[in-house]
Design a binder for this molecule. Structure first.
Ligand code: NAD
Length: 698
């Protein structure tokens, strides 16, 4: 008998148990073991009903995705599933934890499904650019109807056991604590009620009479929701096949569609994004056993835009927060803004009134540093001003207990300099949240020169606890994300100087798959922020300060973006759709005339290359300087912080895919024609091209 799938008898029920930690993935050994255990159960004359269940914390939670892309060793999952479904003894899936992907497909092959109340069911393959390829697209519609199956399969989100019962995926939800007991109880019901074996593949009561117009309507909706994505459309094709073809032909169609997804570059991008999201947690040079400091309470300094959002992140995770401001009115306003934010969420039905109060109760406002003596972590989020920050860190050094972590949310300031204000630079670290901090998943944790390893391990861990994707980076101006964004932003402005329109630039960026263009994003964040920084540098006589550009001219007119009803675009009241504005076009034309620039036609290809190659070149410099440790860290920062399309895998993965030689050619070409330090080829990029390597090989 297999050592990962056991067969045993409990009374008259044969129990097949998958025991393959951590998540009972359907790897080769499990597949082989399932077939052998089924054979044992069928051969066992003492039993009349069979139960499939799993040991540990979950039911089979999916296919073994480490086997993706490799030739699958027999028996392949569709064959195992066919084998299970053909069982001549009633076969019950007893589910706890999650039954996802291949795990749910195994359950769908069983004749009955019972789950514990806390279980979740789903077919998330679409998120990896795939579709359920072991009969999921053919069996699920037969259980719950085509429309609901389309929602589940193209959305990829799991549903609760209660929802699974209502939909018809489950035959029963059990309120016990053991899936095995639930399975045994259901086995007794099968006997008592003589429930007949009804293989899902043979049922068509839920799909006959499906309106063919459903599929056209669904495709039209997807063209808006997921216009760039390949796999959701193939999911629709597969479900349509379930409705229009006999089961065996539908299975063949599902296989073809599955293989077309496997071949799609989007699958490679999405799988890279999936694994990289896990890998950013494993920091090279920071071994898995690095001790973690206990964080049971935190303090936030500054209750403005960022401080309020950061306080919410901790309260949402049940961690008590002390929120400190310098002045009473700022504190009152900050707390009121947090309450408004929670109440808006409650209004949408996503929080109960009680949850709002619990979270507000976890946030304790204060004006006194003396109240911070016992907190484990402080995050400073006051104005972006070195003198103020240093003063605050000096005070923290006096009042905080030894071992407390002192973090700053600065976007641009030198963390090592901030650390000099304390006598404990080893405890000082950057925690760079993104706005809105309670929504955005990215957290750049910034390693100072003297930051201790256990501090780094702790801020990475706390990031996970508050639901963020935490990426560790080093100190430089703008860190990783904003430093690269800055290059794209400058290039976008220069493209408009040369003859493109803001909307042409933005359309190229959104056609590539970003949810928003560079300029629409600027209007959302407020173009006054960058303008003020540039103005200060110009006033201070900084020789590297950029010349006054058309965006600065707009900001000078009070056009800050959405918040003032106009920026690079104009906005109708109550509507966030950016609309081209003739006034802006006139202002840009005037600037060109003043500078003697004759606008030229700029191709979409040039826009794409300039906006993206400049980022990749900067990313290579960031890698070379050791600011980011791996190219996958940069990819995750861009996917989670800036909406880089996950199906392209992030900027560095994308560059690897199109070929670094192509990127380098472009960089050199723009360096020759446009000049500027940003186009000086990164020596790392040159070296990789010379060696025929990719970023991923580093
Ligand atoms: P903000 O102006 O909205 O909030 C700053 C708050 O700090 C104000 O409420 C102010 O009253 C308070 N404050 C000022 N001096 C103080 C002091 N001495 N003691 C206590 N409180 C004091 O600014 P913000 O946008 O929240 O930015 C805060 C920090 O976060 C900055 O360092 C900024 O660079 C960084 N940041 C901002 C963003 C963003 O998009 N806004 C994103 C990431 C990081």
């Amino acid at each position: 008998m297999s050592n990962v799938v056991q067969y045993a008898r409990t009374g008259r029920t044969g129990v097949i148990t998958v025991d393959y930690p951590p998540v009972n993935a359907l790897g080769h050994e499990v597949r082989k073991g399932l077939v052998a255990a089924l054979d044992a159960g069928l051969a066992d004359d003492e039993v009349d009903v069979l139960v499939v269940t799993a040991a540990g914390r979950t039911f089979m939670a999916g296919a073994d995705i480490r086997e993706f892309g490799k030739p699958s060793q027999p028996p392949v999952l569709p064959d195992v599933i066919a084998c299970l479904e053909s069982s001549t003894k009633p076969l019950i899936a007893a589910i706890h934890g999650t039954a996802l992907g291949g795990g749910l497909e195994v359950a769908l092959a069983c004749h009955f499904r019972v789950a514990l109340r806390g279980a979740k069911l789903g077919l998330p393959e679409v998120k990896l650019g795939l579709l359920p390829g072991s009969g999921g697209t053919q069996r699920l519609p037969r259980l719950i109807g085509a429309e609901k199956a389309l929602d589940l399969i193209t959305g990829g989100e799991p549903v609760s056991a209660a929802a699974g019962l209502e939909l018809g995926i489950l035959d029963a939800v059990d309120d016990g604590v053991s899936a095995l007991d639930a399975g045994l109880r259901f086995a007794q019901r099968v006997r008592d009620e003589s429930l007949p074996i009804r293989p899902v593949s043979g049922r068509d009561d839920r799909i006959v009479g499906t309106d063919p117009a459903l599929f056209a309507a669904y495709r039209a909706g997807l063209s808006k929701r997921a216009r760039h994505l390949f796999a959701p459309h193939r999911c629709v094709d597969a479900v349509e096949a379930a409705v229009t073809l006999p089961f065996a032909d539908g299975m063949k169609r599902e296989r073809e569609l599955f293989l077309s997804c496997m071949d799609s570059p989007q699958r490679r991008g999405l799988i890279h994004a999936f694994f990289s999201e896990r890998d950013v947690a494993k920091v090279p040079g920071l071994p898995a056993g690095t001790p973690i400091r206990n964080i049971a309470s935190v303090a936030i300094i500054g209750a403005g835009t960022m401080g309020g959002g950061i306080a919410m992140c901790f309260a949402n995770a049940g961690i008590p927060v002390r929120l400190l401001e310098a002045k009473e009115d700022a504190l009152t306003n900050g707390v009121a803004a947090i309450r408004r934010n929670y109440e808006a969420t409650a209004k949408k039905g996503k929080l109960t009134a009680e949850q709002v109060e619990t979270r507000m109760g976890l946030i304790r406002p204060t004006l006194a540093y003396a109240d911070l003596g016992d907190v484990d972590l402080v995050i400073e989020a006051v104005f972006e001003n070195m003198a103020i920050k240093k003063e605050i860190f000096a005070t923290l050094d006096e009042v905080c207990k030894p071992g407390a972590i002192l973090a700053t949310n600065t976007s641009t300031l030198d963390i090592d300099e901030i650390a000099t204000a304390t006598k404990r630079p080893q405890d000082v670290v950057g925690m760079h949240f993104f706005s809105p901090a309670n929504v955005m998943r990215l957290l750049e944790n910034v390693r100072g020169e003297k930051t201790a390893d256990d501090v780094l391990a702790t801020v990475q861990d706390i990031g996970r606890r508050i639901g963020k994707v935490a990426v560790l980076v080093g100190v430089c101006y703008g860190f990783v994300g904003n430093r690269m964004l800055h290059q794209r932003g400058r290039e976008a402005i220069a493209l408009v100087d040369d003859g493109a329109s803001p909307q042409q630039v933005d359309t190229v960026i959104t056609d590539f798959g970003f949810p928003m263009g560079q300029f629409a994003m600027g209007d959302l964040a407020g173009i006054d922020v960058g303008w003020r920084i540039r103005e200060e540098r110009r006033k201070a006589g900084d020789p590297d300060a950029p010349a006054r550009n058309w965006v600065d001219r707009l900001a000078e007119q009070g056009r800050f973006g959405q918040k003032t009803g106009a920026g690079i675009y104009r906005y109708e009241p109550g509507n966030r759709t950016p609309l081209p504005d003739p006034e802006v076009e006139a202002l840009i034309a005037a600037q060109r005339a003043e500078q003697g620039v004759t606008p030229r036609d700029i191709s979409d290809q040039e826009i794409l290359e300039r906006c993206l190659y400049v980022m990749v070149n900067e990313g290579a410099k960031i890698l070379e300087e050791g600011i980011a440790v791996r190219s996958l860290d940069i990819d995750i920062i861009w996917i989670h912080g800036y909406g880089f399309p996950a199906f392209r895998g992030g900027p560095m993965f994308w560059a690897d895919q199109i070929g670094l030689a192509t990127v380098l050619d472009g960089v050199k070409r723009f360096h020759a024609t446009l000049g500027g330090a940003q186009w000086e080829p990164s020596p790392l990029l040159e070296r990789l091209v010379a060696e025929g390597k990719r970023f991923a090989d580093l």
